[in-house]
Structures are given as structure tokens and as C-alpha cells.
Design a protein around this ligand. Sequence first.
Ligand code: F6P
Length: 548
Amino acid sequence: MLKNFPPIKTEAWRKLEEHYKNVQPQHLRDLFAQDPQRFEKLTFRLNDTLYDLSKNRITQETVHLLTQLAEEMDVPGAIESLFGGEKINATENRAVLHTALRNFTDEQLQVDGENALQEVRQVQEQMRSFCNRLHSGEWTGYTGKRIQNVVNIGIGGSDLGPKMIVEALKKYQKPGIEVYFISNVDGTDAAEVLRRLDPETTLFIIASKTFTTKETITNAETARGWFLNKAVDREHIKKHFVALSTNIEAVTKFGIAEENAFRFWDWVGGRFSLWSAIGLSVACALGYDKFEELLRGAESMDKHFRQAPIQENIPVLMALLSIWYTNFFGCQTHAILPYDQYLRLLPEYLQQLLMESNGKSTDRNGNRVDYQTQPVVWGAAGTNSQHSFFQLIHQGTILIPCDFIAPAQSHNPIGNHHPLLLSNYFAQTEALLKGKNAEEVRQELEQKGMASEELEQLLPHKLFEGNKPTTSIMMKKLTPFELGSLVAMYEHKTFVQGVIWNIFSFDQWGVELGKQLAGTIEGELLQGKSSEHDSSTKGLMAYYTENQ
Ligand code: F6P
């Protein structure tokens, strides 16, 4: 079981507070100047991906103290509890076993009396056979035509993960099938996707762990109505609707044939579910073999996470860095900056993973925490982001640690695009590290022949403090395997942060209240009446009603 202890009471935390006073005034320029081996010492590799932590505001002593913190919070024990299937999702009384979905060993993993790995394999076979039938054209629509469009209907973890992966691995897409995603309950989402499609050649995947999520069920009903409008006979639903869920009873009640249901289990959290049947849209887009490569990449990160010593354990170190900036530097945000257009949805995916997991203020004892937990995660692809918010990262008043992610090889090596993209990738982290001091700015402006009065006025605006922390993640190429490994790294980082913050990372009670109130208000809007609300909510509802 997870240790239940406030991190701020550890010996390491106290030492880190002292150590911070020593590190905070130091400039990254000096840290690099003092140690020519800094890159080698603070860079870690797994398979074809390199994690360069050297541009972070840390010393070897910081790493030592942070790993001491991990030891004191029993991160190694927590890792074993995770992989061993202990019910560490205590508020929902569930094990947390997304790692079982990509475990290709012959291990036995007993969960509630069943060998979980055997059940996983059965569903994987079902997915493989379904994809093969789809891609070979054996699975046809109700008029005998081949399926050309697959629409995933889901939200949150039943949408963000698969959508991000399908986009990221577009280059591996199988010809003949287009995959679409509908998630928002805003009818515009469904309308804009459906107007491009033909019911005869479209297959819907209804992805919902609970099969009760209002948005998904509403969109699924709309899709069913759209389909039956042309197909008429409900018997045809069988060939055009499949479901991914833990709730098979609700699936069949909806009208989807039981043989078209791909199940998973309550020990797979929604935001950790892309490796389960929830990944069916990925397998439809890429073919099952590529989906398996993704799983194998994740498995390689799982093995590393489970076996590597803490001092060399990439997800643990990434989590510890986040703790360092959040709890000692007081950083409130963290930017994810992929320099790869295919990875442009990664920040959005990581927002749910990290913020739904660790956006908590109650510790494992039920007490309010008196330290900061999850910072805001945000970001966008480079170089576009350089022309929007990078100004603030370089010269704003808040410190924003950033992850810069790029592949060494492009899938689209057109002209000089890739060297140009990567020169920006390298330049940005270097600029954030070094900055530009008064002497350098003065020299530059003098060289341009600027008059001294004008120069002195402009100079303060052209200063860059530098000393902005970045982590560079470079992979050889964005393959299914390397992507699987990267995503699993972020999953484990999320878990370790939660272990150290002494919070439960696998529930999401914070989303409940809004859902409850929306249920009440929906009823009122449909009946045209309003009950007890604050004056603002009442006023807004009245404005809405008046303007229908
Ligand atoms: O937003 C809350 C949440 O429960 C997420 O955790 C989950 O990924 C999403 O809703 C969708 O849930 P389901 O897959 O059950 O429809």
C-alpha cells in the first residue's frame, strides 16, 4: 500500500528547502561553465529517446536530495504496489493496472480471482480480428459496401488519448479508412463530422468506460438517429455500431450487439485507457500490428520504471523535477512544447492526464494539503507557439519550466524544413538558458551604429535574464514504439508526483459537482422553469430562455 505521510514532514524536504536557497541564485550559465560534463551527467536514454535534464536549475546535490525524498516517500514500494495490482485507487476501491494492457510476458496477474493478463489477451485478439476484417473488406456495411469511415464517439480519456495517437501516427495510417472523433456535446461537433459521411460506409465506435457519460450517450443517440434515417431497419445497427466499455449491460440496452462490445475493466482509469479497447480507433487507423508496437513501446518504459534505480529512473526524475519547481520555486504552470506537428495534440492529452490525476487538495488522510500540488499544464506545437506565447516565457515575470520534444528525423523531409524546425528547437532552449545581459545587448546595438541615448533607452527592453529551465526530449523518429514509451513515461511521472504529494491520483471526484448541477439545470431548461439558483445563474438562464 502507498505510504501515507505528508512530504513536507520528511527530512529530505527540510534539506531541499535549505538547498533551494543555495541553488535559486545560481545561473544556468554558471552551472554549465563549472562542469563540462553536465550534459552527460544529466542525460538519460531509453531505446531511441534521449531525456536531457541538464538545462534544469539543479545540481548533483539537488538530484541526490530529490531522490532521498522519493525514498522517504517510498516511491519504490509504490511502484511495486502499482504493478502488483494492489487497490491503490482507494477512494474507488480499485487496482490500477493500465500496465497490464501492455504486459507481453507470461506472468500471472490475479485480480479479483481472475488472471487479468489472460483476459487482456482475449480482448486484444478480438480487436485484432475486428481490424483485420475491417481492413480486408470482409466487414461490410448493411448495403455490402466497404467501411471507409470510422467515427469514435467518446470524451475525456475515451477521446483525447486515441485522438492524439491517431494524429501523431498519421504517417502510418492504413489507406482506405478515415478516422474521425466526436466528443463535444455541442451539436456542432457531430454535425460537422456527419455532414461529410455516408451511413452506408460509416462505422461508429461508442467509447465510454461507464457508458453513462451524458455527452457520449447524447452523441451516440444522434449518430444512431442519423444512421437509421437512411438505413431504417434497426437490424443494420449491428454492422455499423461497436462499443468499448466496462458496462456491457448498458451497451446492449443501447442496441449494440454483445459480440460487437469490446470490454475492459474498472482497473483501467479513463485517462490511462488508450492501451485498452479504447484504443480501437487507433488500431482501425493504423492496423492492429502498429497498435501493438505502441503497446510494446509502453511496455519498455514500464520495465525501465519498475527496474531502474531511482537515480536513473526517467519518470521518477521527471516527477521529481516537477516537485522541485512546484514546491520549492513556486511555479504554477508547466509548458509542453512539441516541435513536431504530428504531436500538436500532446499538450491537450497531457492536460487531462496530469490535471485530472493530480489536481487535488485533499491528502490520503482526508486532510487539506498545506503545500502546492499539480501545476497548470499547457502548451502548443513549435514553431507556431514561438510567435504567440514565447514572449512571456522569455521575458515575463513568472518562471515556466518547459518540456521541448522533437524527433531527429522527420516523416516529411521536405527541403530544409526539418533543419530549420530543429534549429529553432535548439535555439529556444539555449536562449532560455543563457539569456542576454546588458553588456551583450550594448555591444550588439553599438555594432548597429545606434546613438548612445537611444541605445540606453532601448537596452532594458532587450535584456533576457535567461536561467529558464527546460527539459529536452529527443527521439530518433516518431514511431509507434517511441510514442508508446513517451506516453507511458508521462503516465508514470503523473503517478510518482501523486505518491510524493500524498494524494490519490486515480480518482476524479472534482468533476462530479458540475455534472450534477448540469443534470438539474437541463431539466429546468427543458421545462422552461428555474428553481433555487444564485442571481447570476438565474439571470443567465433567463437571458438564454428569452433568446431562444
Ligand atoms: O471527466 C470525467 C471522466 O470520468 C473522465 O475521467 C473520463 O475519461 C471521461 O469522463 C469519460 O468517461 P467515460 O469513458 O466513462 O465515458
